[in-house]
Design a protein around this ligand. Structure first.
Ligand SMILES: Cc1cc2nc3c(=O)[nH]c(=O)nc-3n(C[C@H](O)[C@H](O)[C@H](O)COP(=O)(O)OP(=O)(O)OC[C@H]3O[C@@H](n4cnc5c(N)ncnc54)[C@H](O)[C@@H]3O)c2cc1C
Length: 395
């Protein structure tokens, strides 16, 4: 008897257990990302269909409470989803999705008014709207207190926003941008405010940027030319932008750390298949495997302890160490792969894509050196509450 082919159920994330979640994440990636990756890489951008499919599956609501339309899961699930995406050399896709899952959705869920959540969070979770977080300016992005020159002037009926943002992920496709601007003159950390800016507001001009890597992730420059915003465009409270951002920074940095290591692991596994099971090359790969394993464990432990006293510091260290390690592993894998690393295969992204992409993990989320210097200052002043920091050494 001939059986009718069952209709394939729409692929959704399954929150019922960690194992079911990981399996559903892999199935979602296999169905909605892998088949399109090479095309997006050639086109230099993903399409809106990616956000629609991921929204329908629940990706942007992984960490959003259930009563706000999310899955109500912890950061470990968000990281597991990123790892499922990074089973392919898909750092650009992972970056574009991460902005929504780890930055936009938590900011709106945690600090949005009911009106803002209804207007923006609901469609973002459903995959009907795309969003960006616009902090970086031509003057810099790691040290925001010093570098933000965009201003929002208070007027009786609202705000007038003026400035330039650059290297903004998703900007060419965005419906809304979360923009950081100075609301009090001077260099005070309490002078910065976040605004929800519709991308079609008069005065908002987005120019796509061509980048050296992450070709699938649409990136843009945003000009804000006297944009008039209503009072209720403020996200959170005026002057408290850095406090809001500090609340999500560890999650973002841990997602970047995990992404960097996953990128390196892809390169390692590909190189292992290429060089075969014996010989000097495999011995070298075994060392890198051990280093990756240690770094992955550090990321996982920090993810588990998120919300603890040391999470800012540990996430900063995890981001910096993982990004630097990933770059070394990918470089070494490229060397061991010989000329094969330089083959540009149009049918599927490969080593060349990873070589281009891996550099970014040291840049975004705060450059490695800036993050390292901030972390070093914290360690030296004895800020760490656990472990073997300098204050323990003196006991
Ligand atoms: C692909 C991509 C996507 C991005 N997406 C976004 C986005 O969506 N939203 C957003 O707001 N921003 C985004 N950014 C911007 C990014 O976050 C910033 O570029 C990053 O924080 C670095 O900021 P910066 O320009 O201030 O560089 P800096 O931190 O000033 O670093 C510049 C250079 O100086 C080096 N350096 C700094 N300090 C030291 C030191 N003490 N010793 C030695 N060297 C040092 C760094 O290593 C780096 O090479 C993106 C960037 C890229 C490349």
């Amino acid at each position: 008897m001939k059986h009718a082919t069952p209709l394939r159920a729409a692929t959704m994330l399954d929150p019922s257990s960690p194992a079911a979640f990981r399996e559903s994440a892999r199935a979602l990636v296999d169905a909605e990302i892998t088949p399109y990756l090479a095309r997006w890489e050639r086109q230099g951008t993903v399409t809106r269909s990616l956000f629609e499919a991921m929204g329908r599956a629940g990706v942007f609501g992984i960490g959003v409470p259930v009563d706000q339309g999310g899955l109500g899961l912890d950061l470990a699930h968000g990281i597991a989803f990123g790892r499922a995406v990074m089973r392919e050399p898909a750092a650009g896709v992972c970056t574009s999705l991460s902005v929504l899952t780890h930055l936009v959705a938590p900011l709106l869920a945690g600090h949005g008014t009911p009106g803002q959540r209804d207007r923006w969070l609901r469609p973002i979770l459903a995959g009907e709207a795309v969003a960006s977080v616009a902090l970086t300016e031509p003057g810099g992005g790691s040290d925001l207190v010093r570098s933000v020159a965009a201003t929002a002037r208070s007027e009786p009926d609202g705000w007038v926003l003026r400035g330039e943002k650059t290297f903004i992920t998703n900007a060419p496709l965005a419906d809304v941008l979360i923009v950081l601007a100075r609301t009090t003159p001077g260099a005070s950390a309490l002078g910065l405010t976040l605004f929800l800016v519709p991308a079609d507001l008069p005065g908002v001009v987005v120019t796509p940027l061509t980048t050296a890597g992450l070709h699938t992730s649409p990136t843009g420059r945003v000009s804000l030319e006297d944009c008039r915003l209503p009072r209720e465009a403020v996200l959170g409270r005026p002057g408290l932008a850095l406090a809001l951002l500090a609340g999500i920074l560890p999650q973002e940095r841990l997602a970047i750390a995990a992404g960097a290591l996953a990128c390196a692991r892809w390169a390692l596994e590909r190189t292992a298949r290429l060089v075969g099971p014996t010989g000097q090359a495999m011995a070298e790969l075994a060392w890198w495997d051990a280093e990756l394993e240690a770094a992955e464990t550090f990321v996982d432990v920090t993810v588990e302890q998120i919300g603890g006293a040391d999470d800012q510091l540990d996430a900063a260290l995890a981001k910096t160490a993982s990004a630097r390690l990933a770059q070394r592993v990918v470089q070494e894998c490229a060397r061991l792969s010989g000329p094969d690393a330089f083959r540009d295969d149009e049918s599927a992204p490969g080593m060349l894509t990873v070589l281009r992409d891996v550099r970014v993990f040291s840049v975004y989320g705060g450059s490695c050196e800036t993050v390292r210097d901030m972390a070093a200052t914290e360690i030296l002043r004895g800020a760490r509450t656990t472990g073997q920091g300098p204050h323990h050494a003196q006991e």
